[in-house]
Design a protein around this ligand. Structure first.
Ligand SMILES: O=C(O)C1=C[C@@H](OP(=O)(O)O)[C@@H](O)[C@H](O)C1
Ligand SMILES: C=C(OP(=O)(O)O)C(=O)O
Length: 408
């Protein structure tokens, strides 16, 4: 389904309840399968979290996780330690192009039995669950942090815990720290010093706990972008957020200060974003720690007409699509000029935005959501709009509720 978003004036003060973080949810769903005494609140209603829930409860010997990267990586580790269980883990056409060898090699080193069904190094994979007896492994840390989180999530269930030696420049570090913080919340002890992470076996606190997932900061990015493209004085309040978030994408608060946005944390866990002033200064940013907000930021800069230099984007080419190429293609359709390398993006300042352009979304939820705010500047068509359900199924309803005009 394609939708057309009309130039609209958003209500000066609106509020939105955003679903739980998909990253926190997918970790906690796996941990709950290992430590069933915990209960969870505000779990994400995203497709990726629903797929994770279903995968953890099915008896089927084929588990299809569609486009869900975290589910693919976390479940590879999980099924490797399910003794006596044989599972084939598969996914969408794109998932079959997203590398998994770094994780498979590390698990094999620990004793896992995993084989490739179609192509070496890529899903689908066949996993024969067994007891893993080794406890120390080195792996490349510059491809995806999800491999590291996957190993950490099962670590406390290994007889002797786990020691990981991370090789190379560690990417997406806040996601690794999120995993360790969630382990800490359920009583699993760990340490992270330079390039070595250790996790002790077992949990020192088995008391039943309720863990509440914070709302998703990556989803919040689209509202930061909307406020940045709006008139001075525009406010949007989003819930439910903490000032000390586990999510690296909460760096949005600092990043969007550049665009004149103030962020106030209210007593009821809501956050108010307000456009205080306009700023046309160029933006330079390294997004190695927060790759998922790159598309949002690039589109904000394009809409406002400021140049930006984004670096640390080496993981973007192995996500739902090659996000660097997708951004270049779509911003250039709109009249912008973008240069990309394998790890960076340069956007030139542009003065005009072409009208009624049809934005291709490449099966990538973040392409649809990042470009939608541009409707504040000019009518825009978003192709395959329901792609947003991967992380944020209520996205279009929420845009309507703040004043966007959407037609199918
Ligand atoms: O662990 C996680 O929940 C995630 C880690 C990041 O991936 P990479 O480490 O591959 O960059 C991020 O892009 C993804 O959306 C979610
Ligand atoms: C990259 C993402 O997800 P995943 O890797 O889990 O598919 C994302 O949500 O932007």
């Amino acid at each position: 389904m394609h939708i057309t978003l009309q130039k609209s004036i958003i209500s000066k003060q609106s509020s939105i309840q955003i679903t739980g973080s998909k990253s926190e949810s997918n970790r906690l769903l796996l941990l709950k399968a290992l430590y069933p005494e915990m209960s969870l609140e505000n779990v994400s209603n995203s497709d990726d979290s629903n797929l994770m829930t279903n995968a953890l409860s099915t008896d089927s010997d084929v588990v299809d996780i569609n486009h869900a990267g975290t589910a693919m990586r976390f479940l590879t580790a999980y099924f490797s330690v399910q003794e006596g269980r044989d599972v084939t883990l598969t996914g969408s056409k794109r998932m079959k192009e997203r590398p998994i060898a770094v994780l498979v090699d590390a698990l094999r080193e620990l004793g896992a039995d995993i084989s490739y069904v179609e192509n070496e190094g890529l899903p689908p994979i066949k996993i024969k669950g067994k007891k893993l007896t080794k406890h120390k492994v080195a792996l490349k840390a510059n491809v995806s942090s999800q491999y590291i989180s996957a190993l950490l999530l099962i670590a406390s269930k290994l007889e002797n815990g786990l020691e990981l030696i991370l090789e190379g420049d560690i990417t997406s570090v806040p996601y690794i720290k999120m995993t360790l913080s969630l382990l800490d919340e359920i009583g699993v002890e760990s340490s992270f010093n330079e390039n070595v992470i250790t996790v002790k076996p077992g949990s020192k606190d088995q008391s039943p706990k309720t863990l509440t997932v914070e709302s998703d900061w990556s989803s919040a990015s689209y509202f930061f972008s909307i406020v940045a493209m709006s008139e001075i004085g525009t406010e949007i309040t989003i819930s439910s957020y903490k000032e000390n978030s586990l999510q690296g994408d909460s760096v949005l608060v600092d990043v969007y200060r550049h665009f004149g946005i103030s962020t106030v944390f209210n007593d009821n866990n809501s956050v108010t974003l307000k456009k205080e002033f306009s700023n046309l200064e160029p933006l330079t940013l390294n997004l190695k720690d927060a790759p998922d907000i790159a598309q949002t930021i690039a589109v904000t800069c394009f809409a406002i007409g400021i140049p930006c230099d984004l670096t640390g984007l080496h993981t973007l080419k192995i996500k739902e699509t090659d996000r660097l190429v997708a951004l270049k293609n779509e911003i250039e359709k709109l009249g912008g000029h973008v240069e990309i390398t394998g790890k960076s993006l340069h956007l030139a300042a542009s003065k005009t935005i072409n009208e009624s352009v049809s934005i291709a979304t490449y099966h990538d939820h973040r392409m649809a959501m990042a470009f939608a705010p541009l409707a504040l500047k000019t009518p825009i068509i978003i192709e395959d709009a329901m792609v947003v359900s991967k992380s944020y199924p209520a996205f279009w309803d929420d845009l309507k509720s703040i004043g966007f005009k959407i037609t199918k």
